[in-house]
Write a protein that binds this ligand. Structure first.
Ligand code: DGL
Length: 268
C-alpha cells in the first residue's frame, strides 16, 4: 500500500523528495490540486473543503497513511481529517517543523515565513510557545513566493528581490522556518541573502522522520521491496505544466506516463 501525499500544487514535491530519501522502499501517490492553487490566500473553511476532497481521492486509491504536505492545509484541516479518517493515520508538516525550530534555536528568536492563511492561524507560533514560552516569534506572510515558485522562478533577480523584501522585517532571529512547502526551492538564494548564523528549517526533513517513526510504531512499513518504491502523480490541472515545473522542484525529470489528470470538482 502506498503513502498518500497532497499539496495545493508543486510545493509538496519538496516534502515528497525528503520522504523518498528517508523511506526509499515505500511507494507514494502524490496529489497536487493545481487547478485550485493557491490555498494560502483562501479562507480556512475553503481550504478545509479542498483538503477533505483531496484526502478522499487518496483514500479511494487505497493509501495506508496520509501526509498533508502543505502547511496551509495542515493548519486548516489536520484535526478534521484525523477525525474523518479514524483508520488512516494523518500527519501534517507544521508540528514537525515547529519542533525542529525549537531544537535548533539558540537565542529563542524564531522567524516564520508562510502563506497568509498559515500565519493568520498562528499554528507555528502556538506550537513553539508551548515548548519555549519565552520565545520571540516574528512572522511574515509571503504569498507571492508561492506564485514565483509555481512559475519556476527559484533563483533569479525577481525571486531575490522578493525574498529581500519579505526578510527585511527580521532582525536578530537565529532560525528561519520555511513555513510553506513551496519555499525550500529558494534555499540557495536564502543561503546567499541570510547571515551565516541563521539556521534555515525546512519542515520536510522532520516530517520524514515523524513519518518513519509512525510507520514503525504502527507496523506499516513496506518490507517487501528491495528497490526504490514508485511514485504516481495525480493533478487537477495541466499534466504538461506539472511535468515541466515539477521537474524543477524534484531536481529530476517526471515521466508524463506517471501523471494522471483528475477532476477537482468531482475528484473521486
Ligand atoms: N504549499 C502550501 C503551503 O505549504 C501552500 C501554497 C499555496 O497554495 O498557497 O502552505
Amino acid at each position: 500500500m502506498a503513502i498518500g501525499v497532497f499539496d495545493s500544487g508543486m510545493g509538496g514535491l519538496t516534502v515528497l523528495k525528503a520522504l523518498r530519501a528517508q523511506l526509499h522502499q515505500e511507494s507514494f501517490i502524490y496529489l497536487g490540486d493545481t487547478a485550485r492553487l493557491p490555498y494560502g490566500t483562501k479562507s480556512p473553511d475553503t481550504v478545509k473543503q479542498y483538503a477533505m476532497q483531496m484526502a478522499r481521492v487518496l483514500v479511494e486509491r487505497g493509501v495506508k497513511v496520509l501526509v498533508i504536505a502543505c502547511s496551509t492545509a495542515t493548519t486548516a484541516a489536520l484535526p478534521h481529517l484525523q477525525q474523518m479518517l479514524p483508520d488512516i493515520p494523518v500527519i501534517g508538516v507544521v508540528a514537525p517543523g515547529a519542533q525542529a525550530a525549537v531544537s535548533v534555536t539558540r537565542n529563542q528568536r524564531i522567524a516564520v515565513i508562510a502563506t497568509e492563511t498559515t500565519i493568520a492561524s498562528e499554528a507555528y507560533q502556538g506550537l513553539i510557545l508551548k515548548q519555549l514560552p519565552k520565545a520571540q516569534i516574528a512572522t511574515r506572510a509571503c504569498s507571492v513566493l508561492v506564485a514565483l515558485a509555481e512559475e519556476g522562478m527559484m533563483d533569479n533577480a525577481v525571486a531575490e528581490s522578493a525574498l529581500k523584501h519579505y526578510l527585511d522585517s527580521f532582525k536578530d532571529e537565529d532560525t528561519l522556518i520555511l513555513g510553506c512547502t513551496h519555499f525550500p526551492v529558494f534555499t540557495a538564494l536564502l543561503t546567499k541573502i541570510l547571515p551565516p548564523e541563521v539556521s534555515i528549517v525546512d519542515p520536510a526533513q522532520a516530517t520524514s522522520k515523524a513519518l518513519e517513526a509512525l510507520l514503525k510504531k504502527q507496523n506499516l512499513q513496506n518490507d517487501t521491496l528491495q528497490n526504490q518504491g514508485s511514485v504516481q502523480y495525480l493533478v487537477t490541472d495541466s499534466i504538461q505544466r506539472f511535468q515541466k515545473v515539477g521537474a524543477l522542484f524534484q531536481g529530476q525529470p517526471l515521466l508524463q506516463s506517471d501523471i494522471e489528470l483528475i477532476d477537482a470538482c468531482n475528484p473521486v
